[in-house]
Design a binder for this molecule. Structure first.
Ligand SMILES: [Zn+2]
Length: 185
């Protein structure tokens, strides 16, 4: 099936597939594989993968980088007519930024019951005391999104067990411990 077909049949899956491509790019660069895209009037105006290790910047989550791109593309910090797709439920930092940018709808793949801020643990995207609330859709290609994370952490754990954890570019132990939420029961 061509991309244009999925865009017509299921736009949420279509754009989540692009977010997954971004996540896989992150994995190939030894970053925790999370990807995000921002869509305005059917066009992608921001796309990014998590780059915390690459940029040595704890704020360089995929959503944050995609938001900045989208703001630049529109020449406006208000993203009121934009939808944000992300492979994993946003953390509190990203959820705060998403509310500040007034994103219309947030679509995520897999939930994060320990640290998610879109209903998993908190729900900052729909907090009654904030001046903007987002629509939320969850579970879009959720299994594929969680598998990308699980495979990445399984590989990181395997390398760690082999005593290669100090090699340049390998995932830090703290990252691997954080992965436990994706291991299932
Ligand atoms: Zn985040």
């Amino acid at each position: 099936m061509f991309d244009s077909d999925t865009l017509l049949l299921n736009p949420d899956e279509h754009f989540m597939r692009e977010a997954l491509r971004q996540a896989r790019k992150a994995a190939s660069l030894n970053e925790v594989p999370i990807g995000a895209v921002i869509v305005h009037e059917g066009q992608i105006i921001g796309r990014a993968w998590n780059q915390v290790e690459t940029l040595k910047d704890a704020t360089a989550h995929a959503e944050m980088l995609a938001l900045t791109q989208a703001e630049s593309a529109l020449g406006d910090w208000r993203l009121a007519d934009c939808d944000l797709y992300v492979t994993k439920e946003p953390c509190p930092m990203c959820a705060g930024a998403i509310v500040h940018c007034r994103v219309k709808r947030v679509i995520f793949g897999c939930p994060d019951v320990k640290g998610g801020a879109a209903g998993g643990f908190w729900n900052l995207l729909q907090a009654p005391n904030l001046n903007h609330r987002c629509e939320i859709s969850s579970g879009v290609l959720g299994e594929e999104c969680v598998m990308v994370l699980k495979e990445f952490f399984a590989e990181a754990r395997r390398r760690r067990q082999e005593g290669q954890e100090h090699q340049k570019g390998s995932a830090a132990p703290s990252v691997i411990e954080a992965a436990s939420i994706f291991d299932g029961p």
